[in-house]
Design a protein around this ligand. Sequence first.
Ligand code: 13P
Length: 340
Amino acid sequence: MNAQELTRIASMLVADDKGLLAMDERNGTCNKRFAKLGIPQTEEFRRSYRELIITTPALNESISGVILYDETIRQHKKDGTSFIKVLTANGIIPGIKVDIGAKTMAGHPGEKITEGLDGLRDRLAEYSQIGARFAKWRAVIAIGSDIPSRGCIEANASALARYASLCQEAGLVPIVEPEVLMDGEHTLERCSQVTEEVLRAVFNQFYVQRVILEGMILKPNMVLPGLSCLKQEGVNEVAIATVKCLLRAVPAAVPGIAFLSGGQPYEEASARLNAMNVRFKARLPWALAFSFARAIQQPALEIWCGEEANLVPAQKALYHRACCNRAARRGQYNASMEKK
Ligand code: 13P
């Protein structure tokens, strides 16, 4: 394992105010999103959609890396060029989702534990050989009246550390995603408390299991009130609560924090990231970036709708969201960028 190389890749992923584009939806999730728009749920449609994404002109202006899925990393453009080749030729670093999903946790009603450690060393070696340079694992933490439990937090933190350490052994940068979900009636304060507790557990495990902090990227949720909470704070309050929480729990050695969007409306995701960078960028130890799936892809998917004729406008919409989020990294995003 080469710590210097891991550090170099991790830094490249958040360099130049760029961010990550997650396009690693499992087939089930991708099919569900297709079904809502009447798009046929076949391998060929999933392939065409992913080809649309990676061939978007000038995507590399704002996107440093994309997260692929096992099906996608092996796919090719219609002309036979592999997706990996298209990405690397454009200076976009390919990554791969390596967990196999969050499953019901035994003895913990309403909670989940992410699986995928068995055989992971061999899968990482194969992905690295195909061309991946980083790998993502998502843990899911729900907030409810008696949850999250300590057991759920510790089990997920431990699995994240085992995965991260195996990634680094294989020369892949771990993108560590402990997602505290937005669903529920909880307040912003409660989300902050839970997020802090989860992050502290994750970094404790990373210390115990010898994960190299300089060679990883954290992919957390923003600190938000639950979707059904009556009090919905504004952009600045969210930005302040999020940065405050991260400052308490994320070591300064971590080079970058790339948020998930988690189902936030895409304009809000950009505005909140922007507000964090406007207020805090100059005095933070890590870069505050993005690793969005829905908040970059959704408008493009809705325009494409499975029709070849919509390819160009869909790519324009994708490019636009990527640009908005790069502007948010610089603290230069504003609502007028959304005017058609
Ligand atoms: P969203 O940005 O749509 O939450 O997806 C990010 C992701 O990679 C989830 O694992």
